[in-house]
Design a protein around this ligand. Structure first.
Ligand code: SOE
Length: 373
């Protein structure tokens, strides 16, 4: 089968993660369709050229509109600031290209709806990469096996600490116009996607958001400050459609935590707990164990499939952050061939966006709101 020619728009942190996935996917998943790194797009030619050199993209391009309509391009991958996702994804889908997009899907619900509608015509995918963390994959399998029995409660946190750092350069994530929201879209979106993958839709919620430092020092302009109009922290209590009670906490002001994405699931027959900082291990408690020795067992997860899964390394030889992107892409490519699309699709991204929007509405109106899911 002919290789898939890729145009990637964006060349920052995610540009690097995606470039690595495009470069590596055929090594770890030799059966999938070949992908070619044809063109990387962005506004800054020097930045683009540096990324293209490092990750062996054939060409660079500063006009994304041209890139997404080029006849030699099959797949458009979007890893730009959030406010550009909608226009780019819709243009790519209208040009008949497959579309992959970074999370959160959009700046707001209206954009996400338009994107999901446009992308319904083409293969599409959202890079919620934490779905493909070994411990999360194992947790999902254990839940599907019913090992925890009835689930009572789900608790999740995404904790980072860089919010108050006065030396941190100002960037697009610090403005509502370019990011849509603060931690709600950036971090809580991951929590919500994982939660709904594991336990189904969230039906209603009550949320509080906080901006701790509405005015921040601008390290590029000593003596000057800039205004922050996004949330630094968000707290959510929620009820899933299944009746499970949930709580979600996302913050950039959790001094002491670099990037701790965690959850715990508590059920009648046991408990599962995950921390991204220990991404190859799940903690499992079997409530049926002899109470004298009952405790949280630390179980090493197989790479990304059931025990014996041939991709990546043998169990006990850990994989890392970058493999979550490789595996996401591999699943997308396998889904293309099988006709059973890999998740999360734009529809899944839209469902997350409904929850994010409900968080904002609830915090604004200081009341419980329904998500519509
Ligand atoms: C934010 O700091 C960030 O880079 C997120 O945007 C990513 O989605 C998350 O995986 C790591 O943290």
């Amino acid at each position: 089968m002919a290789p898939l020619n890729v145009a990637m728009i964006g060349y920052g942190f995610m540009g690097k993660a995606h470039s690595n996935a495009f470069a590596q996917v055929g090594h770890f998943y030799p059966g999938v369709r070949e992908v070619r790194r044809r063109v990387v797009c962005g506004r800054n030619r020097a930045g683009l050229e540096a990324l293209a050199r490092a990750w062996e993209w054939d060409e660079v391009e500063t006009d994304w509109r041209h890139a997404v309509t080029r006849p030699d391009i099959d797949l458009v991958d979007i890893c730009t600031p959030n406010y550009l996702h909608a226009e780019m994804a819709i243009a790519a889908a209208e040009a008949g290209k497959m579309v992959l997009c970074e999370k959160p899907l959009a700046n707001n619900l209206a954009e996400a709806e338009a994107m999901a509608e446009a992308a319904a015509r083409v293969p599409n995918f959202v890079w919620f990469n934490y779905r493909r963390v070994p411990a999360v994959v194992l947790a999902r399998r254990l839940l599907e096996q019913g090992r925890l029995g009835r689930i009572y409660q789900y608790r999740a946190q995404y904790l980072q600490q860089w919010g108050p750092d006065p030396t941190r350069p100002r960037n697009w994530k610090m403005s509502k116009q370019t990011a849509g929201s603060g931690v709600n879209g950036d971090l809580n979106s991951h929590l919500i996607d994982t939660a709904m993958m594991l336990l189904g839709p969230i039906r209603e919620l009550s949320a509080t958001v906080e901006t701790f430092l509405p005015e921040k020092a601008d390290p590029a302009n000593p003596g000057h400050t800039y205004r922050i109009d996004i949330d630094d922290a968000v707290l959510v209590q929620a009820r899933f459609a299944s009746g499970v009670l949930g709580s979600f906490e996302a913050t950039r002001f959790a001094t002491g935590y670099l990037n701790d994405n965690n959850f715990a699931v508590h059920g009648e027959r046991g408990m599962l707990e995950f921390h991204f900082e220990d991404m190859n291990r799940i903690e499992y408690t079997d409530a049926g164990d002899d109470p004298e020795v009952r405790g949280r067992r630390k179980v090493v997860a197989p790479a990304l499939g059931p025990p014996g899964d041939p991709h990546f390394w043998k169990t006990g030889h850990p994989i890392g952050y970058e493999h979550t992107f490789i595996s996401s892409l591999a699943d997308f490519l396998v889904g293309l061939e099988s006709g059973d699309p890999a998740r999360p699709t734009f529809e899944d991204g839209l469902a997350v966006q409904r929850v994010l929007e409900a968080v904002e509405a609830s915090a604004d109106q200081r009341r419980w709101v329904e998500t519509g899911l």
